[in-house]
Design a protein around this ligand. Structure first.
Ligand SMILES: [Zn+2]
Length: 208
């Protein structure tokens, strides 16, 4: 068992949920339209996410090539070419993990670098949002930033398009002694509030 093969297992585990997110953006990838029926989308734009679509195509193609190349190193032949379905991409990735244990360390490392590149690209697809940068809490123009209720500094951050909120002050702790984390929401009057993990709730009058 080589370290590079173990790395490969971890990398593919990391890739799988990202792939699921990309597939969710491009629901029709890999599946040919059913012949003579199904839903016709004549006149509608192609259901093809401009970033996720090409990346999924690249990953599925390269996964099949990588699997074939590793298989040739292990068995002397490339094996049958897989079909284009998403399930086949998953099967190719599973095979890549298994085959990594049978190739020299250097080959497994090279293969791992390819999978790492897919992971980086998937994260960069903006809709996946994992590399979105945290920002300060949006407030109306002229309004002050709400201070953190625990450390009273302006250290609260939120991810755009996400309601998760946390304090970036490394010395700040909540009532449970942990780094404060919470969720932006609205009370029954529609006023913004933050529900913190320790049960504390910040309301607008506390936030302003
Ligand atoms: Zn704080």
């Amino acid at each position: 068992m080589t370290a590079a093969a173990t790395d490969m297992r971890v990398l593919v585990q990391e890739l799988m949920p990202l792939l699921a997110m990309l597939w969710a953006l491009v629901p029709t990838t890999g599946a040919a339209a059913p012949a003579g029926g199904g839903h016709h989308v004549t006149g509608s734009p192609a259901p093809w996410h401009p970033e996720a679509g090409p990346l999924l195509y690249t990953i599925s193609e390269e996964a099949r090539r990588l699997e074939a190349s590793l298989r040739r190193e292990v068995t002397g032949h490339t094996g049958e070419r897989r079909g284009g379905s998403d399930a086949n991409t998953v099967a190719a990735l599973d095979a890549i993990v298994a085959l990594s244990y049978g190739v020299p360390e250097a080959s497994a490392r090279r293969a791992g670098a390819i999978v790492s590149r897919w992971i980086r690209s998937a994260r960069q697809v903006t809709a996946v949002g994992l590399e979105a940068r945290p920002t300060r809490i949006p407030v109306p123009p002229g309004q002050p930033q709400p201070p953190c209720p625990y450390c009273n500094t302006f250290s609260l951050r939120v991810l755009p398009h996400d309601r998760a909120i946390w304090c970036i002050n490394g010395d700040c702790t909540d009532l449970a002694g942990r780094r404060p984390r919470g969720r932006l929401g609205y009370d029954h009057l529609g006023d913004p509030m933050i529900v913190w993990d320790d049960g504390h709730i910040s309301r607008r009058q506390d936030l302003a």
